[in-house]
Structure formats: C-alpha cells, structure tokens
Design a protein around this ligand. Structure first.
Ligand code: ROI
Length: 170
C-alpha cells in the first residue's frame, strides 16, 4: 500500500534532558544516548558533555549525572514520550521517592517551536528555565537557543539553580 501523505510527519528537532543518580549513572546516560539514536525515524544530532551535579531535592542522595541530547525525529510528541518512557523502563527505572534518586529520567525539553500541553506532557518542559543542569548542557549544544516565544535561554542562567555542575567527560 502506498503511504498516505498524511502519515508523513516532518522531522523536528527536539532537546531531551537526561538524568541519573543510580546504577552507574554515567553508563546509564551513555547507553540512553545510543537508545535515542535507535528510535524509529530518529537521529541523534548532538550530545552535550556529561555533567556531575548536586541533587536538587533531598541532599542525602548521590550526585546526579546530567546531559542533553539534540535529536531529529519524525515521531509526534506523544509517540516520542512513549518511546522515552520505554527506554526508561528498559533501564530498569527505579524511583525511590519524590524528588529522590532514580536510574534514568528522560524529559522532552523543547520540540521545535511547539508549545503543547495535555495531562501527560507539557512542552516546553516546565522546569527547563529554572534548572542549571538542564540549561547549561542545552546551551553547550546551541548557545543562542530560544524558547518558542523568542526568549533567549541564556538569560535564565542568572536566576536558575546552582547545582554545582562540573564536566565529567566531553
Ligand atoms: N537533581 C539533579 N542535580 N539532576 C537531576 O536530573 C534531578 N532530577 C530530579 C530531581 C530529583 C528533582 N533532582 C535532580 O528529578
């Protein structure tokens, strides 16, 4: 059967936040990057350095490893969300408590210039402008990156959290 025109979704660029502080966090992030590149209709275009960061939330938990991936994807936002949740499950996602330790978190931060809101997904990600462990890796990939309304993300660096980021590896 011929593909209907309506089945074809234009490829969009999306930024994905990755975080882990359990079960070899750096390895969790590296293997998640590989898994992103294997999603249907999806390529990994760029990845930030891996950053060590102090936990936001309870302090009696291990430091996190954070990074950001830039992907190009033909998946629709909710299909991408389902795919990210499947990767989290494959990594044996453990979440011990609210704002606590976790094996792997994958968040859609930006999806082209889309703004989207339903009960499962909000784009841009609600915390994106508040968290240094998200902002700094995003800006490492694209220093001039803006929100869909045109606001430069770099402007939020002065007001965001300070989770004492340090680069682990490039
Ligand atoms: N803290 C840091 N440093 N990095 C994270 O990815 C992270 N993720 C979370 C909470 C528990 C809020 N704290 C975090 O979900």
């Amino acid at each position: 059967m011929q593909t209907q025109k309506s089945d074809i979704t234009p490829a969009m660029q999306a930024y994905i936040g990755l975080g882990s502080n359990l079960e070899q966090p750096a390895l969790q992030i590296k293997t998640a990057m590989i898994a992103l590149n294997k999603l249907p209709g999806t390529q990994l275009l760029a990845q930030s350095s891996l950053y060590s960061s102090k936990p936001l939330g309870p302090q009696d938990q291990p430091d996190f490893v954070n990074a950001v991936a830039l992907i190009q994807t033909e998946l629709a936002p909710l299909d991408l969300l389902n795919s990210l949740q499947a990767i989290e499950q494959q990594h044996g996602r453990i979440r011990k408590r609210h704002w606590g330790e976790r094996t792997l978190d994958l968040d859609i931060l930006l999806f082209g210039d889309l703004t989207f809101q339903d009960e499962r997904l909000v784009i841009p990600h609600k915390e994106l402008t508040h968290r240094d462990f998200v902002l700094k890796p995003m800006l490492e990939i694209t220093p001039e990156l803006c929100l869909p309304d045109g606001t430069a993300l770099s402007g939020f660096l002065v007001t965001c959290t300070d989770n004492q980021l340090s680069i682990l590896s490039s």
